[in-house]
Design a protein around this ligand. Structure first.
Ligand code: ADP
Ligand code: NG1
Ligand code: MG
Length: 481
């Protein structure tokens, strides 16, 4: 069983890339830690951001997704503090203020008053949730001093939130001398970010922990596992940030968690339309479960298109159909009750489920296409279809993202799509290695130059806003500082 790798030098963590730059960054973090807390940290943990190549908004429905880990990451420095029972959580960036918590694994994460440290508390709680679930002994809740240094752009669909949650979880695990396998960490990390109020599927945490240099991963759930996907020789994935920021936890009640709820309602209503009794149908909680009543993904997409009506289902219509109030159906989930409290429009079931079934099928087509003699054109078409479906059926794009995807395509990319939750953030585009430079230049001209001219983007930040990415490695621990 593989465990999170433990290294003795920064050079080993980053192998071939950016070693000098990272050595400087780690040294600075260790020095800041020593200055603030009077001693060096016991260890550092790092976990990367990710780009999802295809498979958006289907992980929480149980379907496989196809991300790869990025080189950019978040580092967490940690030291056990036996003199207190407090978690002191700070950041190298001034705008992220320090917060002190009790070292209490049963504390609730304060979702209502959002603070960045919530993600660290999620990671902390995740470790103890896992110990409890797996019946293992709980170590004493000692104090921890923590400093975070993150390089993943935030709110941009590259999963800075999970890089932070995972790095924190790994740091806490290692500081408490717990020894979990990689799969165990991936499994509890997938669940623990939900303490922050997002009803996440688990893609981001799984790849942040299990990512591997040189390969993308087909990530499956229940239980979580990751299979290597060798990307076609000569292919390069470019990432561009459309600069519209989308903070998912803050908007979850009207975006992300609303979509999760629409999928749950679609699973139930579709099951009823297929003949399940009202009582039985209420037991369907994902579109994957309802698919079992139908057959293939293609047949399920067709069934959703024929059996569900277009436009919004009102709350009244659903409550009559289901024979129960939505408040009581979702009574066990505070995040869902918040969605209901804010929802004025109703729920789109047909479009959301057609997206999920068609996107799940595209992931398999994409990974199968990568297996032998891949056609970049076929991969590009799948990416384009994914974007169209996200934009039109799932309605999780935005004007800036659509403009950036168009800029990639007009600049010659073979395919392009939004990546991550959407509503802002990044697009990913497929090109060949020999055309990468030309496409980057053209996208700069078409999309970014006007934003530089108007002051929305600083020219010196272009390198982290538009870049080529390679599949990189997952979480790691650095000891012996
Ligand atoms: P994404 O995961 O796409 O970047 P989210 O909205 O899910 O977007 O997460 C962004 C939030 O994560 C930020 O608003 C911030 O609260 C938190 N975060 C991520 N990285 C860091 C970091 N290095 N330091 C402080 N907070 C961070
Ligand atoms: P980002 O882009 O990190 O907010 C979110 C979810 C994923 C997945 C994608 C959409 C979290 C932590 N991440 O990603 O699980 O559902 O949206 O495919 O909630
Ligand atoms: Mg996130």
């Amino acid at each position: 069983m593989s465990t999170i790798p433990v290294y003795g030098s920064v050079k080993d963590v980053y192998a071939d890339q950016r070693v000098a730059e990272e050595e400087g960054r780690y040294a600075k973090l260790v020095a800041s830690f020593a200055e603030l807390h009077g001693a060096k940290p016991d260890l550092l943990a790092r976990s990367p951001g990710r780009v999802n190549l295809i498979g958006e908004h289907i992980d929480y429905e149980g379907y496989s997704v196809l991300p790869m880990a990025l080189a950019v990451d978040t580092i967490v420095a940690v030291k056990v503090d036996t003199t207190s029972n407090k978690l002191t959580v700070s950041n190298t960036e001034e705008k992220y203020t320090t917060k002190v918590f009790d070292a209490d694994c049963d504390q609730a994460v304060d979702v209502a008053s959002f603070h960045w440290t919530n993600y660290v508390v999620c990671g902390y709680k995740g470790v103890f949730d896992f110990l409890k679930e797996s019946g293992r002994a709980k170590p004493p809740e000692v104090g921890l001093k923590i400093i975070v240094d993150g390089k993943v752009p935030t709110g941009s669909g590259l999963s800075s939130s999970s890089a932070l949650t995972c790095a924190a979880a790994v740091a806490v695990m290692a500081a408490l001398n717990l020894d979990f396998t990689k799969t165990e960490v991936a499994d509890f990390a997938c669940k623990c970010e939900r303490h922050c109020g997002m009803q996440s599927g688990g893609m981001d945490q799984a790849i942040s922990i299990m990512g591997q240099s040189g390969v993308a991963k087909l990530v499956d759930f229940n239980p979580v596992r990751a299979t290597d996907v060798q990307l076609p020789e000569g292919s390069v994935f470019l990432i561009g940030n459309c600069l519209a920021v989308s903070n998912k936890a803050v908007t979850a009640h009207e975006r992300y968690n609303l979509r999760v709820m629409e999928c749950r309602l679609a699973s139930i209503v579709l099951a009823m339309e297929l003949g399940a009794s009202q009582a039985d149908a209420l037991g369907y909680s994902t579109l994957m479960q309802t698919q079992k009543l139908i057959g293939s993904l293609q047949e399920s997409e067709k069934a959703a298109s024929e059996k569900l009506h277009d436009g919004y289902y009102s709350r009244g219509e659903l409550e009559e159909k289901l024979g129960t109030s939505l408040d009581s159906l979702f009574a066990g989930s505070p995040a869902s009750l918040l969605v209901l409290e804010h929802n004025k429009t109703g729920f789109k079931l047909r479009d959301r489920s057609m997206h999920v079934y068609s996107e799940a099928a595209r992931v398999h087509q994409f990974s199968n296409e990568c297996k032998e003699d891949p056609s970049l054109k076929a991969l590009g078409e799948l990416m384009n279809a994914s974007h169209t479906s996200c934009r039109d059926l799932y309605e999780c794009s935005c004007e800036e993202l659509d403009e950036l995807v168009d800029a990639f395509i007009t600049s010659g990319a073979i395919g392009a799509r939004l990546t991550g939750a959407g509503w802002g953030g990044c697009a990913v585009a497929l090109v060949t290695a020999d055309m990468a430079e030309k496409v980057l230049e053209s996208v700069k001209t078409r999309f970014f130059d006007k934003r530089i001219a108007s002051g929305v983007l600083r020219e010196e930040d272009l390198g982290e806003t538009l870049f080529a990415s390679l599949p990189s490695s997952g979480a790691a621990i650095l000891r012996g500082l």
